[in-house]
Design a protein around this ligand. Structure first.
Ligand SMILES: Cc1cc2nc3c(=O)[nH]c(=O)nc-3n(C[C@H](O)[C@H](O)[C@H](O)COP(=O)(O)O)c2cc1C
Length: 171
């Protein structure tokens, strides 16, 4: 069966704001499940997704994100954390940034499919976020994903043309 995943990918763009509405718990469960089902190196699944829904915690999270209001107005903010930064793949590269990127990508696309907006946020004080969410200090908060109802998406951003980024059989 051919699924229209490319349509979901094409329709997604970063939410510039959220309307403060909550995210349906069943939709949130499916979004988190999409992350749980993502691939990871050696299937180690060294991740933990901390889903923040409480208003007071989101407000503190916003402070740790230098006042970004999206953290308050999103229905949920998922702190995508890794539980192990030490595993190196046979190619010599650490696996955790990729593992987390796959999981967050899967969650973003499921959220888009649910009709929700998303913002990936790497602008935060990691120590402050760890303290707030009681993340053990040996772990890392790799990225935040804000999810909610949004009518303000960022304008379509040009992507480099195919012939700049894709080649076949050689560089
Ligand atoms: C790893 C990563 C970190 C990002 N951090 C931020 C951020 O801190 N603040 C922000 O507004 N957008 C952030 N973004 C969103 C990107 O700026 C955005 O995805 C990019 O400009 C392409 O736009 P689009 O998502 O609308 O297609 C981040 C995206 C990624 C993948």
């Amino acid at each position: 069966m051919i699924m229209d995943i490319l349509d979901v990918i094409r329709s997604r763009s970063t939410a510039k704001s959220f309307d403060g509405g909550s995210v349906d718990p069943d939709a949130l469960d499916r979004i988190l499940d999409a992350g749980r089902l993502a691939p990871s190196a050696k299937n180690r699944q060294t991740w933990r997704f901390v889903a923040v829904r409480r208003k007071d915690v989101k407000k503190s999270l916003s402070e740790a994100c230098y006042g970004d209001p999206r953290l308050i107005d999103a229905g949920c903010v998922i702190a995508a954390c890794t539980t192990n930064i030490n595993y190196t793949m046979p190619n010599g590269q650490p696996s955790y940034p990729l593992d987390m990127a796959f999981a967050v990508s899967f969650m973003m696309l499921q959220a888009e499919h649910e009709g929700l907006g998303t913002s990936v946020l790497g602008t935060y004080d990691e120590t402050a976020v760890k303290d707030l969410l009681t993340v053990p200090h040996a772990m890392r908060v790799v990225i935040l994903l804000a999810i909610g109802h949004s009518s303000e998406k960022s304008a379509y951003k040009d992507r480099l043309p195919k012939d700049r980024v894709i080649s076949y059989d050689h560089w």
